[in-house]
Design a protein around this ligand. Sequence first.
Ligand code: SF4
Length: 51
Amino acid sequence: MRQCQYNQVCGGCRIRAEVVTGDLWESDPACYLTDEEIGLGQARQARAANA
Ligand code: SF4
């Protein structure tokens, strides 16, 4: 599984993710960075193409 390239310094907010989505392990909904900025743009596009 690929992670945000800033995960080691940020970690996201698990509480916001759980409150908004009901899943503690979802993405932080308050993150303002794009998929490309966090280094996941190509991986998500490839997953969507295979779905
Ligand atoms: S996606 Fe955003 S909130 Fe999550 S770890 Fe990366 S920078 Fe932080």
